[in-house]
Design a protein around this ligand. Structure first.
Ligand code: PLP
Length: 439
């Protein structure tokens, strides 16, 4: 009987005891290819000697110093590194310990900005259905996965949701991808006008949707239109790149491929690659300047903000990615993975869509390919695929669809940036066997 409060209180979990490169090992000696980086976290693989060395060096010097007394060298260097490579206009970094905290900070800074600038009526946040932004109350309030929200709905902040950008299921046959993207982007403007533009603080969206839709990439032009709408109404754009950011899609930030920059951005997962718990909010100079000229403070801090060990770890991770030109590998091997996935699943009766970018891919499973009919939610296909994959020494990230059939089951892949073609081939082979065994 475990005293850990596991996510499934009756579940039996294998015990992870080690990891090297793309492999993880359990206490029974079984090995797994980590094709999902856990939940798109372990982008450098496991046991990277340079990261371990950087962590040792930092812990020998200083593990912790509270930010009400001190800043630290690793926090300053990490912020400098991130801002030098950030989307245009972003100037400051708030360093926390997870993706949910990064989103929470974005929501509160957006609200605080409007208090500082005398627009305190701006309290509304708009986000999208089928989105995931984290588990804390603010993050859950903007999240759009209704089954996560349902048990806590009385505790949530008011949230307003518009349609996701979900090409596979929601594009009409008489629309081009571009026309579809503009149609759903325009839902934002309609919602802003309905609520009253002077009451809306921000719009929150994942640049590429991860956990809820399985690497659903935006339609061409979608985010450009979103940016225009936000600018027209003085609404801040918050991009959630917790899962899709930090190189996962082949560029450091996924929004680079959309040709836009946000006002606030949340990053986490790949930032520390799982070697330390770390997340961050990147904020625009315009927002920070307003605070500088106003109250001078952002009243939102936590004990572990700017944790020196976590910062030194993330800095080492980011330097290794750059030194070893791993984003070039993400693009190269991402193309290879795409080819292999399309060969294996392109005509599969139970795979409706293969989508993604870089090392971030999803396959959507359907009961019937021609009609796109999803599987019944009570089949728990995601659990069966996970089990079938683990039995074959493969870690993937399957997710169930919605009960009302507006989103289907999918399997998410997020292999480490160090994965080569042989690893990708093994991933596709084992995944194919697992899908066929589970359905
Ligand atoms: N935002 C997105 C897009 C995520 O995928 C996640 C986690 O999966 C979060 C936020 C929350 O991050 P965390 O689990 O680190 O709190």
């Amino acid at each position: 009987m475990s005293h850990v409060l596991h996510r499934s209180v009756n579940g039996a979990y294998s015990v992870a005891v080690g990891g090297k490169g793309v492999m993880l090992y359990d206490a029974q000696g079984k090995s797994y290819i980590d094709a999902s980086g856990g939940a798109a976290v372990s982008c450098l693989g496991h046991g990277h000697p340079d990261i371990v060395a950087a962590m040792h060096a930092q812990i020998d010097k200083l593990a912790y110093a509270h930010t009400s007394f001190f800043t630290s060298e690793p926090a300053e260097e990490l912020a400098e590194h991130l801002i030098a490579r950030a989307p245009k206009g972003l100037s400051n970094v708030f360093i926390c310990s997870s993706g949910s905290e990064a989103i929470e900070a974005c929501l509160k800074l957006a609200r605080h900005y409007f208090i500082e600038t005398g627009e305190s009526r701006r309290t509304n946040f708009i986000s999208r259905r089928q989105s995931y932004h984290g588990i804390t109350v603010g993050a859950l309030s903007v999240g759009g996965r209704m089954k996560d929200r349902a048990p806590f709905k009385e505790m949530l902040l008011t949230g307003h949701h518009i349609a996701p950008c979900y090409l596979y299921r929601d594009r009409r046959t008489d629309e081009t991808p571009e026309q579809y993207g503009l149609r759903v982007a325009d839902e934002l403007e309609a919602k802003i006008l309905e609520l009253g533009p002077d009451t809306v603080a921000a719009f929150v969206a994942e640049t590429v949707v991860g956990a809820t839709l399985g690497a659903a990439t935006p339609a061409p032009g979608y985010f450009k239109r979103i940016r225009e709408i936000c600018d027209r109404h003085g609404v801040l754009l918050i991009l959630d790149e917790v899962m899709c950011g930090m190189g996962r899609t082949g560029t450091l930030h996924a929004c680079e491929q959309e040709g836009i920059a946000p006002d606030l951005m949340a990053i986490a997962k790949g930032l520390g690659a799982g070697y330390a718990p770390i997340g961050a909010m990147l904020a625009s100079g315009r927002i920070v300047d307003a605070i500088r000229q106003g109250s001078g403070a952002f009243p939102h801090s936590q004990t572990y903000n700017g944790h020196p060990l976590a910062c030194a770890t993330a800095l080492a991770v980011q330097k290794v990615i750059e030194r070893d030109d791993l984003l070039a590998n993400v693009r190269l091997q991402g193309d290879h993975l795409e080819r292999r996935l399309k060969e294996r699943f392109g005509n599969h009766h139970h795979v409706g869509d293969v989508r993604g970018r870089g090392h971030f891919w999803g396959i959507e499973l359907v009961a019937d390919r021609a009609s796109k009919t999803p599987f019944e939610a009570n089949l728990k296909l995601n659990a069966r695929i996970k089990q079938a994959a683990m039995a074959r020494g493969l870690m993937v990230y399957p997710m169930g669809g919605t009960a009302d059939g507006t989103a289907g089951d999918h399997v998410l892949l997020a292999p480490p940036f160090i994965a080569d073609a042989a690893v990708m081939d093994m991933i596709v082979e084992r995944l194919g066997e697992a899908v066929d065994a589970a359905i």
